[in-house]
Ligand binder design. Structure first.
Ligand code: HAM
Length: 419
């Protein structure tokens, strides 16, 4: 038997309800914020991610799904959404009328070690805002995330925030870190020893070395920010306070993608026993990425949620998802003689925008009623010999179990009023 690939899952059953619930709420929120949908390809040229996400990042060095297509092109399945959207903004010259506010949702691919909440194919929903450099927009973007968690009914969340400044401050900070960690190099894990050469900032968010003394005594980036970055960060915090959004400054938060400048943030599910993959959304500002990808200089800020992790968090908090999967009507022809009538009726009801299904088989009546329950039908419409003769239908309210006879011609009106 062929089985699914490691780190993938089939979205089916209850998960479909939960996914649709999240997507519906996210779409409504996007409408309210005047953010427009964009959909970019799932595969792009490998160069895009090497340059966009960063040559030294874990994502690019260890996790991308790379392959050559039949035309000998180097292709990568997208590991995240931001780089593709930046490419699209440049290629379609969307930057000619700024600001532009975009949202997306879809599958991403990373060759990671699978575990609960960490998949090789997973879904992200995210927002990218181009052309607004203000700290107010950073706060606004964080407020969208928080509002979303509130709307879906998730309670235990924690926003962590930091600033990694501009390129120069980061370079100074990088040198300070190299100096600081040099004597401790042999105490650090193998990954961190590699990070020391390539990207020493990433040593700070290493899970393996996090309790070591040299981590706590490491210099803090806040002391290396220039005036402009410092003011930007202070203002972001001021606006968050104004919006009554709770956060924790985390001076070790550096993020795993290279494109960030100034503000970075992550949201954690703070639920007992939730497990280690508890970051349910993250993002930050990336003021240089559009220019680095050969576009004009356009500041940007955005975030992405991990859909599966949010679903896990909803489950962990036992949040009940309001599903929209009930059927308006389930039509039951009593015998084969009424089958044609039933087919016409179902067709007509669907044309009038009711969700309808029917029994096509020759099951016994109790089994047909059971079927209506399985589909969560609001009304059961029964067509038997008598109903056909009198041009009337028996309608059973599946909740109250009350039955009424309704003229065929009045059926649509009856359903309109009662559904
Ligand atoms: P990221 O932190 O790499 O950022 O991913 C965002 C979210 O996707 C994570 O917080 C997590 O919830 C989810 N996620 C990541 N990897 C996995 C995985 N293997 N399995 C399940 N969920 C996962 C980005 O991707 C940036 N593009 C975010 C951004 C948008 N920054 C600015 N704009």
């Amino acid at each position: 038997m062929i089985q699914k690939q490691k780190g993938t899952y089939d979205m089916q059953g209850e998960m479909v309800e939960k996914y649709n619930y999240l997507k519906r709420i996210f779409q409504d929120l996007m409408n309210e914020y005047n953010i427009k949908y964009i959909d970019t390809p799932i595969f792009e040229s490998s160069d895009l991610y090497h340059r966009g996400v960063g040559e030294t990042t874990d994502i690019v060095t260890k996790e991308t799904y790379d392959f050559k297509d039949r035309g000998d092109r180097n292709i990568t399945l997208r590991p995240e959404g931001t780089a593709g959207i930046v490419r699209s903004v440049i290629e379609n010259k969307l930057y000619t009328t700024l600001p532009i506010k975009l949202w997306y949702e879809g599958p991403m691919f990373r060759y990671e070690r699978p575990q609960s909440g960490r998949y090789r194919q997973f879904r992200q929903a995210g927002v990218e805002i181009f052309g607004d450099p203000t700290p107010l927009m950073d706060a606004n973007v964080i407020s969208i995330m928080v509002k979303f968690y509130e709307r879906i009914g998730l309670r235990g969340i924690k926003v962590r925030i930091n600033s990694i400044g501009n390129k120069e401050s980061r370079e100074n900070y990088r040198n300070a870190l190299l100096e600081h960690f040099k004597p401790y190099l042999n105490d650090l894990c193998e990954d961190c020893q590699n990070r020391y050469e390539k990207n020493p900032l990433r040593i700070l968010d290493c899970k393996v070395d996090s309790d070591k003394e040299c981590m706590n005594t490491a210099p803090k980036i806040v002391d290396y920010l220039d005036e402009k970055s410092k003011k930007h960060f202070d203002d972001v915090l001021k606006y968050l306070d104004l919006m009554d959004i709770k956060y924790k400054i985390d001076d070790k938060l550096v993020r795993g993608l290279d494109y960030y400048t100034d503000t970075v943030f992550e949201v954690e599910a703070e639920i007992e026993g939730f497990g280690s993959q508890n970051v349910i959304g993250a993002g930050g500002r990336y003021n240089n990425l559009v220019e680095n990808m050969d576009g004009p200089s356009v500041p940007a800020v955005g975030f992405a949620f991990g859909i599966e992790r949010i679903i896990n968090a909803l489950d962990a908090e036992d949040v009940k998802v309001i599903s929209d999967n009930s059927l308006d009507c389930y039509v039951i022809p009593v015998s084969e003689n009424e089958l044609e009538n039933a087919v016409m009726l179902v067709n007509n009801l669907r044309d009038n925008a009711f969700s309808v299904d029917m029994d096509y088989t020759n099951k016994k009546m109790p089994a047909k009623f059971k079927e209506a329950d399985r589909y969560n039908a609001k009304f059961i419409i029964i067509i038997g010999e008598e109903e056909v003769k009198n041009n009337k239908l028996t309608i059973k309210d599946n909740l109250t179990k009350e039955e009424v006879k309704v003229e065929r011609d009045n059926l649509i009106d009856y359903l309109d009023v009662n559904i």
